[in-house]
Ligand binder design. Structure first.
Ligand code: UD2
Ligand code: MN
Length: 581
């Protein structure tokens, strides 16, 4: 009863004043103001703050936008203009070592100026937008969480944010050290940041929290109206900030996502991720993150090709949100650990519970993609991979039952694993009267099934082991098209985990097996879900129906398709379920 009373009290409270609800209107007649949101028929019975739209950006063809940089100086030097930087033979060993340690070639990075110019990768149209004046835009706290990052890539990120942002829109940079143990991130960093006169604040975790929890902490420490997360190895492009803030000023429930350009881990070349077509974030049913061309249905809702477009999800690292709204939405699920899946958690939550996600083509930020992940996951030790544990929490909270099934079809080994308490998330979903995942699939992520149709049920899954032996079919981590083989059974899944579905597809992870030269190789699963494979539990034969041949172990590591022969012991397979917990 007490709880209910409290809820009632909360419901009766007037909505907290927010700067974007009643933007100070200035006399700029070009800016459209305050259109009323149409009522949402799905949310009729819910007591809800009426959405009010704020000022909008305005396109002025041929007239340079109000925040456009003028007179960009021409500078020459290593890496200027986003050109690649090459190291000498003498430096190679050290470069390799730094790559091992940080995932980036720090010897190359160290040669580049902290304030190098990047190439302007935006569409030309982007130069002609006027964004609301600084008094009409919320101010940003840019949050950088970091764990054992290299020096120059980290510090260049800070310089780049400051250099590329209008002064009056950058409230602060909040850095949160996720329990790094590298000496250069201790006093040296704190000393270095003093030159920014308090604009850059440094906080440190007293234990390893992982990037997800650390981001929530960073948001707590922030005092700006908008929070913008960036990875700690980014370089901002021209005028990256106003277009993001403008979307949030217009509607505080929008998550605004910049387009993420690529910076090479080895030579730091800055290159546009794509220039002509628009892409947006989606997923396949194992929740691997994917990007695909934005459907016309979405593109056609806009008047200009440089306008933001809606997206089902995003890569995770770079985005802007109204700070208060981030917490109203419960921030990140605190049960998710270290790395992975948090992008889906926040995305599904936003879309299903009244918010939205937009990608903003005129805001571009470069991100250094690593050579490999250089850090471990600390002390935590779940019996399934951390990333899958995170995905499972997302799935159990946000997906309807039929959709959960698609995920477990794709990741059968983890079904039933104890993911801890999700009651808080489920309660949130109820309290906010959130829409179903089906609604999300039909109205937001509607192209997903064109690319990744719902997986047919598995007929058998597990390791594929020779009946009379200890060898298992193994992808041997071969690239697409290369012949796969066999290896000693290890029972860990991974390269030895296969699924045979009722349509005859045999798959490992997101890849399918196809006949290749004499044997089998991996391929991208065809959208048309039918495959040639069948397994006879009695004889043990795995037959390719198209070729009428069977899978046979050859020697200690080979695999070939041969004439079917049920008396051949190297053709007799069992498909054995495995569990890693
Ligand atoms: C991508 C995202 C990343 C995050 C991740 C999934 C982009 C460009 N990057 O991987 O932001 O969403 O997917 O979770 O979209 N860090 C910590 N503590 C840790 C581990 C990492 O603070 O325990 C920091 C790290 O220093 C970096 C940030 O978190 O600043 C992201 O980590 P990453 O760069 O290794 O992730 P990335 O880009 O591979
Ligand atoms: Mn990163």
């Amino acid at each position: 009863k007490l709880q209910n009373d409290q809820k009632l009290v909360n419901a009766l409270k007037p909505p907290e004043a927010h700067v974007n609800l009643n933007p100070v209107l200035d006399s700029d007649a070009e800016v459209e103001h305050m259109q009323q949101a149409p009522p949402d028929p799905n949310q009729q019975n819910v007591l809800k703050e009426v959405k009010q739209y704020g000022p909008k950006a305005v396109f002025k063809d041929g007239i340079l936008g109000n925040y456009e940089p003028k007179n960009i100086p021409q500078i020459t030097g290593p890496g200027e203009g986003g050109e690649p930087v090459y190291i000498s033979m003498a430096e190679k060993a050290q470069g390799d070592r730094s790559t091992q340690e940080f995932g980036f070639n720090m010897v190359a990075s160290d040669k580049i100026s902290m304030t190098r110019r990047v190439p302007d990768t935006r569409m030309d149209e982007c130069k002609y937008w006027d964004y609301p004046s600084a008094s009409q835009l919320p101010k940003a706290s840019v949050i950088l969480v970091f764990h054992n990052e290299g020096w120059s890539t980290l510090v260049r990120t800070v310089h780049s944010i400051i250099n590329m942002s209008p002064k009056e829109l950058l409230h602060e940079i909040v850095m949160v050290d996720d329990f790094s143990d590298k000496p250069h991130l201790k006093d040296k960093l704190a000393e270095y940041l003093k030159q920014f006169d308090g604009l850059v604040k440094l906080f440190r975790n007293t234990k390893r929290e992982g990037l997800i929890m650390t981001r929530t902490l960073g948001a707590k420490y922030s005092t700006g109206e908008v929070i913008i997360f960036l990875d700690a190895h980014c370089e901002c492009n021209y005028n990256w900030l106003p277009p993001l803030l403008a979307r949030i000023a217009y509607d505080r429930t929008i998550m605004a996502v910049p387009i993420v350009d690529g910076i090479d881990w080895d030579n730091f070349r800055y290159a546009p991720v794509y220039s002509k077509e628009h892409f947006r974030g989606i997923f396949e049913w194992g929740f691997l993150y994917k990007e695909s061309r934005v459907p016309d249905r979405e593109l056609n809702t806009r008047a200009h090709d440089s306008e933001p477009y809606k997206a089902p999800t995003h890569a995770g690292g770079l985005f802007a949100m109204d700070r208060k709204y981030f917490f109203e939405m419960g921030a990140y699920d605190e049960g998710m650990q270290i790395w992975g899946g948090e992008n889906f958690e926040l995305s599904f939550k936003l879309w299903q519970c009244g918010g939205s996600i937009e990608w903003v083509p005129c805001s571009r930020v470069g991100h250094v993609y690593r050579n490999h992940m250089p850090y471990g996951f600390g002390d935590i030790n779940p019996k399934i991979p951390v990333i899958l544990l995170n995905y499972m929490r997302v799935v159990e909270v946000w997906l309807d039952d039929e959709f959960k099934e698609y995920f477990y079809t794709r990741e059968p080994t983890i079904r039933g694993y104890d993911i801890g308490d999700i009651s808080k998330q489920l309660q949130f979903k109820k309290d906010h009267n959130c829409k179903s995942f089906k609604w999300f699939m039909e109205n937001v992520a509607y192209e997903v099934t064109d690319k990744f149709p719902y997986p047919p049920p598995n007929k058998a899954w597990g390791e594929i082991k020779l009946r009379n032996g200890y060898s298992c079919i193994d992808t041997l981590n071969k690239p697409l098209g290369q012949p796969i083989g066999i290896g000693g059974c290890h029972h860990y899944g991974g390269s030895q985990l296969f699924r045979l579905n009722v349509e005859g597809q045999l798959a490992n992870g997101e890849r399918c097996l196809a006949a290749r030269s004499k044997g089998m190789g991996l391929e991208v699963c065809p959208v048309k879900q039918s495959g040639p494979w069948d397994w006879n539990e009695n004889t043990g034969l795995i037959r390719n129906k198209d070729l009428n041949k069977c899978v046979q172990a050859i020697g200690s590591s080979g695999l070939e398709l041969r004439e079917c022969n049920q008396n051949e012991s190297n053709q007799q397979w069992e498909i054995k379920k495995i569990k890693t917990w």
